[in-house]
Design a protein around this ligand. Structure first.
Ligand code: MIG
Length: 849
């Protein structure tokens, strides 16, 4: 019977199976009739808490601990531990059961802060300099207060505990509280009123209402009365978040199993919360600079296409660093093998100066003649059925076994095998399908009772381990770099994360769709991923999958590249088979000259901003801050930012207000309060706390720069490292004073961990009618190529003279002439821009009068 007819009669479960099957043959679009909603793969139905069956706990006795208190709660015991002045860990476990620490936790040893305790009949109190934790004895409940005595967060009447094995916590809220974070979620920015779930899911062609996506980060931020706190529910089971979705005055979270373990982190700044959260779960690493360049990918490139597409980027002078090799490069989808033609393409690309990333899947083909399968079987490396036999599931290679990444031996094996890719010249690894996706498994994954044994012989079920599978595979992948290329910075891209996976990898948001909804959704989605400790995030630019009738139109692609050029991770990637027959590819030149020019303009701009972007990533590595930030991140005092999801901060100083709606040629832009904003294109300055309407024809991305900021830039190059950075441009927007702490290292190796880096602080200060530039070389352990700075002052006036001590700087006749001078200045009166060229070893302050 033809599949088309069948599909109309299919049950949901059957439809999922059909999708799985059609995915195998790469014919999804073909088998589904246009009038059937494009099916997604979602897990089985949610398991709500039985609210009639909640049993409040009460404290029967307690015992002081060196860093907190232990509570006797009858059948349960509670531990409340202070890990820092502003962070407490709350655990409620069965009597005799150990407190839980997931592999998401990076830092286990905390220095106990100074704290005081008090006790009354009703309450036990722990107080640090920053927070007070009040423990109500009967019923048991906790309340967190800041040092001014404001209640920041408090258990609700329903309390905390276990319902039929499901750990839960209810919290009070009110209508003024908003919620952010939760890792990778569809829908909008502010999660107040939403029901969210976490279960890593291969959500092919998801949409804004899809509940389960690929990655689970059970961390969120509450923002109330302009003060932020964070809660990290460290539970790897499928978990649920009802964020005032039922009533305005409470929210709750719970999981299908595991323990009630959460960390409370006080802000009050959102940035403080993320900093502490990423101290707990690990900071992202400083990426190699090439990975911040532009990436091109397609599922279905032939070896010739890989080489030719890269060449075309060069011919068309559109900057590009990296080509991605999707699953076809392998020999019959056997991981860690090569098809020779692709190996040749790799060599050609590397010789031409490109970087290359290969995809990798967890499933190992069940093939007795295949080394990986032999080794894995001999060493007992596979996930098991409950009866002890190897679990076999269908994925790309056909019937496959799945590595048990819970075991360190398996992870080491995987790390070692990465040599087969890395030693051929591959620069980065792209981990796909690590939910793990299983085409013929129930709900597109393994059955819940599949068994994973750990190093101590303890067994965990798939139900418990599922959300960690990708985390451990990604850890092994990261370590594969350290083993095979010891002094090269790893680059791993993954589809699946748990809390903490940011220590190892960047995230892309899976199989999005070429439609406007996805372009719109990408902004709040990335913002929430960023607030969840993962700065390195991106979406397939242009959309991966085709939904019926939707391939990117030239307009959609142009708008997408306007946003895409500023994504932390910037890759154009698409599914060839779903789009075949539609006439064209999805490279920037496939949409006509106008779109090609727009692509060149914005991708070039990304490369000009590379010093700024790289420094933002350095900040993330230090304090966890996102690179792509929702406005609320920097402007939590301005309530008008709380729901803005079509604007974002690209780093500290640049606000982008892209057009994400079809047919629009102008848009309203909100300028947050407390700053003055300069239109990047016109130089016009606007006070914050207002909305303005700006022109945004196709090809114009509205950008506003925060006044009093310095943005380090360079000349455009066709790939990172094409040219030495000899002249650093300091784009400066000034009314009184601006400063920037500029970090530089070799951008490729791990030598920076040995201290080989430079930090130079720049200050540009208005003093009366003159402006002074100073530099402070704070750390100098890296041999930089920088020979000069070009201070580029916007909205400037023509100076009478520019001078450093006795040295009068020469006035150049043009910007071009200035480049040939050792020092000097040029005033562009039409643009009102002053250029001052300053030698890198200028020891005196440079005075502009
Ligand atoms: O079942 O490797 O999300 O980026 O191109 C599909 C083929 C498998 C899904 C990934 C997508 C990738 C594709 N993969």
């Amino acid at each position: 019977m033809p599949k088309q007819l069948n599909a109309l009669k299919m049950s949901k479960k059957m439809a999922q199976a059909a999708i799985s099957l059609s995915l195998l043959t790469g014919t999804v679009a073909a088998v589904l009739p246009a009038n059937v909603a494009f099916a997604e793969t979602q897990p089985e139905a949610d398991t709500p808490l039985d609210k009639q069956n909640l049993k409040p706990l009460s404290v029967q006795s307690l015992e002081a601990l060196e860093n907190g208190v232990k509570l006797n709660l009858g059948d349960y015991q509670g531990f409340i531990r202070l890990f820092s002045e502003d962070m407490a860990k709350i655990s409620v476990v069965k009597n005799g059961e150990a407190e839980f620490i997931s592999p998401g936790i990076a830092k286990k040893d905390w220095k106990t802060p100074d704290f005081k305790t008090t006790e009354t009949d009703q309450e036990y109190t722990l107080s640090t300099n920053e927070i007070t934790v009040k423990i109500n004895k009967s019923p048991f409940g906790v309340k967190f207060l800041d040092k001014q005595g404001n209640v920041i967060n408090e258990d609700a009447a329903q309390g905390v505990g276990y319902e039929n094995g499901k750990p839960y916590a209810f919290k009070k809220t009110d209508a003024t509280e908003n919620f952010y974070g939760f890792g990778e979620q569809s829908g909008g920015l502010n999660k107040r009123g939403k029901s969210l779930g976490m279960w890593n899911t291969d959500a092919y062609s998801y949409n804004k209402n899809t509940k389960y996506l690929y990655t689970s980060i059970p961390f969120f931020i509450g923002l109330k009365d302009k003060k932020a706190y964070g809660i990290f529910f460290d539970n790897t089971y499928r978990s649920y978040y009802e964020m005032a979705s039922e009533k305005d005055d409470y929210y709750y979270f719970y999981a299908n199993g595991g323990t009630l373990t959460y960390y409370f982190i006080n802000g009050p700044e959102i940035g403080d919360v993320i900093d502490r959260y990423t101290e707990l779960t690990g900071k992202s690493e400083t990426p190699p600079m090439w990975s911040l360049g532009f990436h091109q990918s397609k599922w279905g490139y032939t070896p010739e296409e890989l080489v030719n597409v890269a060449k075309t980027y060069r011919e068309k002078k559109i900057p590009l660093d990296t080509m991605h090799f999707d699953i076809d490069y392998m020999d019959g989808y056997r991981v860690f093998t090569w098809n020779d033609q692709y190996k040749q393409a790799l060599k050609t690309l590397k010789d031409d100066g490109f970087h290359a990333i290969t995809i990798n899947d967890p499933a190992v083909k069940q093939d007795e003649n295949y080394r990986m399968y032999q080794e894995g079987s001999q060493n007992n490396y596979w996930a098991k059925n409950p009866d002890g036999s190897t679990f076999i599931g269908e994925v790309w290679p056909g019937k496959s076994a799945f590595p048990n990444f819970l075991k360190s031996d398996v992870r080491n094996w995987w790390s070692n095998n990465l040599g087969t890719l890395l030693n051929e010249g591959v620069d980065g690894i792209w981990n796909d399908m690590n939910e793990p996706a299983v085409f013929d498994g129930p709900f597109h994954t393994m059955p819940l009772d599949i068994v994973f044994e750990d190093d101590n012989g303890e067994k965990k079920t798939h139900e418990e381990y599922h959300n960690l599978y990708g985390h451990h595979e990604t850890e092994a992948t990261y370590n594969g770099f350290l083993k095979n290329k010891p002094n090269t910075r790893p680059f791993v891209l993954t589809r699946d994360m748990y809390a903490g996976t940011q220590r190892y990898a960047a995230l892309w948001t899976g199989d999005n769709v070429s439609n406007w909804e996805h372009l719109q959704m990408s902004i709040p989605m990335n913002a929430n991923v960023g607030l969840s400790g993962v700065p390195f995030v991106g979406n397939d630019i242009g959309g991966f999958a085709k939904s019926p009738g939707n391939v990117p139109t030239p307009e959609l692609f142009a708008r997408w590249i306007e946003v895409g050029a500023f994504l932390p991770f910037a890759r154009d990637h698409y599914d060839n088979s779903a789009k075949s027959g539609l006439g064209s590819g999805q490279e920037p030149w496939e949409f006509g000259k106008e779109v090609e020019d727009i692509s060149r303009k914005y991708i070039s701009m990304r490369y000009e901003l590379m010093p700024y972007l790289y420094n933002q990533f350095k900040e993330s590595a230090k304090n966890g801050q996102p690179v792509q930030q929702p406005l609320v991140y920097q402007f939590q005092d301005d309530a008008k930012t709380y729901n803005i999801e079509d604007q974002f901060m690209f780093g500290d100083s640049m606000m982008l207000a892209p057009v994400v709606k079809e047919g629009q040629t102008s848009r309203e832009v909100y300028l947050p309060a407390g700053e003055t904003w300069v239109d990047y294109w016109t130089g016009e300055a606007y006070e914050g706390n207002q909305s303005i309407t700006v022109n945004a024809e196709l090809g114009t991305l509205p950008i506003f720069v925060k006044n009093n900021s310095i943005i380090p830039r360079q000349e455009v190059e066709q790939s990172t490292g094409e040219k030495k950075l000899e002249n650093l441009i300091l784009d400066t927007y000034l009314t009184d004073k601006a400063s920037y702490s500029f970090y530089e290292d070799d951008a490729a190796t791990l030598d920076y961990k040995q201290g080989e880096y430079n930090i130079t602080d720049f200050h540009v200060d208005k003093k009366g009618s003159s402006i002074e530039f100073t530099q402070d070389k704070k750390t100098q352990n890296y041999t930089s190529d920088i020979k000069s700075y070009t201070l580029k002052l916007h909205n400037a006036e023509e100076p009478k003279k520019v001078q450093a001590a006795d040295d009068k700087y020469a006035q150049a006749g043009s910007a071009a002439e200035l480049t040939s001078l050792k020092s000097g200045y040029f005033f562009d009166s039409a643009e009102k821009v002053l250029y001052v060229k300053i030698p890198v070893n200028e020891n005196h302050k440079v005075k502009i009068q």
